[in-house]
Design a protein around this ligand. Sequence first.
Ligand SMILES: [Zn+2]
Length: 109
Amino acid sequence: MGWTETGQMRVSWSDGHTSVYTPPFLRSICPCAECQGTHGGPPKAFQILTPTQVQGADRQTQIMSVEPVGSYAICFHWGDGHKDGIYTWSYLRQSCPMSAAVAPGGNPG
Ligand SMILES: [Zn+2]
């Protein structure tokens, strides 16, 4: 994986497909329980209710660092301190905003 000039994450898959993800998109698909909500509720990440939360909105979608999780996933550290989401490569592949079709998982290469 790498980064585009505009700060978007770019992943080239072993099947030849290239996916580009914006940080806000990555935050919106954060797979952790807190962001995805429970009982079918809406994701918490974008429930901006208070002025403090509004001020934190930018940091919410700022990627401070990326850590590999084994060889199967990566973890983003967000500007607001959030780092609970484990993004597996197959999850990222399935979530590719550039192709609606769900393709078999590949590996970044
Ligand atoms: Zn999360």
